[in-house]
Write a protein that binds this ligand. Structure first.
Ligand code: C2O
Ligand code: CU
Length: 455
């Protein structure tokens, strides 16, 4: 069936059936080029790469240091991360450090460097927070991230909980044509976002992960998809949330599957491998309705857990407490951001429809104002019939009414309102906030925040 037959405008394609396959699933760590223990120095060269999204098939993608996803950056709180970015793509390129509190001039988006083909730049990033972060393209991000330009960043703190094994799992999907090449980019995806027909974990369709009965594993999960929401289910397995986007929970929180994760979000889990030797269990994403015509018919398998490893002495237990988060103060200034859809006219999408904040379409926006060090409550009002994942660059927030945990990305369900308490304890300058459905962000659903320096 030609690819376009199952891709009517506004409908998501049916996922392909992919058999689980063996092979390396781990994202290799970036080489630290500086012997100084307080400095992690790496190179990220963006170029065309060979992707192995479908078992046994090679596809042209884009990546960093020759692979997609790009290398796993490993560092510690307090380290300085020095990154030499080289743009060997045929297009302009910039990198956003999703979740980091870094100087605005280092962050691709509003102020950070934009590299023409052949250009390079050195970035210096302070690492203030422990957690699971990611870096990704921020110019024409709907196309560049879909092609594979992203990678994980793990920052470890002094008080990490023990586990028997740790894995970084980046969830994504790609939309491929009949030949297994990336389907054309265009306005067809403007409305629901480009939801793929091949789900990926660490750049591979349905890898097999060997696990050990009884082990307590720590999973650092990142969602790098353009538009797909993941409603994770791991039947028969107990798990606990220990950290959200940008910080730990105060204590482990038992997971009630399905666990919903939206584009841009991260979660860290402890997962008890409660199967028996010989068992095979799939981690799947259940159908989720994020708006009209976005729902899959069936579960989408992501990875297969194979209980193959010999049992050894296992030590790790779920801790009773983690690290408490500083609370948002009461009575702070408030702002309202209204998510709207605009019909007709020529703006945004070629289909006469665009999503906006407050009726304004990037780059013609009125900046939001804040002062460094302050707090504000932002009321995110979604007046559209579709969920939107809201992301703020450079700062962290807590969801009002939920357990205080640092986040930088939050789902705002269709026709609902979410309030967030934003801490502007970060860096002054110009910052972006946007919907992390990348087709929405690139077609106008992006705003500007000006943070005035106070120190
Ligand atoms: Cu991960 Cu501006 O986004
Ligand atoms: Cu959106």
């Amino acid at each position: 069936m030609p690819w376009h037959d199952d891709m009517h405008d506004g409908f998501v394609p049916a996922p392909w059936e992919i058999a689980p396959s063996e092979g390396p699933w781990e994202i290799p760590a970036a080489e630290d080029l500086d012997p100084d223990p307080g400095v992690v120095a790496i190179r990220l060269r963006a170029s065309s790469v060979v992707a192995r999204w479908i078992p046994g098939q090679e596809t042209e993608g884009w990546g960093y240091e020759g692979s997609t996803p790009g290398p796993r950056i490993e560092a510690h709180v307090g380290d300085r991360l020095v990154v030499d970015v080289v743009n060997d793509l045929p297009v302009m390129h910039s990198i956003h450090w999703h979740g980091l509190r870094i100087p605005a001039a280092m962050d691709g988006g509003a102020e950070g460097p934009m590299l023409a083909p052949g250009e390079s730049v050195r970035l210096e990033l302070p690492l203030r927070d422990a957690g699971t972060f990611w870096y990704h393209a921020h110019h024409e991000s709907d196309e560049q991230i879909e092609r594979g330009l992203y990678g994980p960043l793990v920052v470890r703190g002094p008080d990490e909980p023990a586990s028997d094994r740790e894995r970084v799992l980046i969830l994504d999907d790609v939309l491929l044509d009949d030949d297994g090449e990336l389907a054309p980019f265009g306005l067809d995806h403007a409305m629901v976002g480009r939801q793929g027909n091949v789900a990926l974990v660490n750049g591979r369709g349905r890898p097999i992960l060997d696990v050990e009965a009884g082990a307590l594993e720590r999973w650092r999960i990142v969602v790098a998809s353009n538009a797909r929401y993941f409603a994770l289910d791991l039947p028969g397995h107990d798990a606990w949330r220990i950290a959200e986007d940008a910080g730990p929970r105060s204590r482990p929180e038992p997971v009630n599957w399905p666990l919903l994760l939206v584009p841009g979000e991260r979660v860290e889990l402890l997962v008890r491998m409660s199967g028996l030797a010989g068992d095979e269990v799939d981690l799947v994403s259940q159908p989720y309705d994020r708006g009209p015509f976005t729902r899959d018919d069936d579960d989408v398998p992501l990875v297969r857990l194979r209980y193959a490893l010999p049992g050894g002495p296992l030590a790790a237990e779920v801790p009773s407490r983690l690290r408490a988060t500083e609370l948002a103060p009461a009575d702070v200034a408030r702002q309202t951001v209204v998510m709207q859809e605009r019909h007709g006219g020529h703006g945004g999408s070629g289909h006469g429809m665009a999503f906006t904040f407050d009726g304004e379409s990037w780059p013609d926006v009125t900046p939001r104002l804040a002062a460094e060090g302050d707090w504000q409550v932002w009321r995110l009002v979604n007046e559209t019939g579709m969920d939107h994942p809201f992301h703020l660059h450079g700062f962290r927030f807590q969801v009002v009414g939920a357990e205080p945990v640092w986040k930088d990305t939050v789902n705002v369900p269709a026709d609902e309102t979410v309030e967030i308490a934003v801490s502007f304890d970060g860096f002054a300058g110009s910052w972006l906030f946007h919907c992390h459905i990348l087709e929405h962000a690139e077609r106008g659903m992006m705003g500007l925040l000006e943070v005035e320096g106070t120190r």
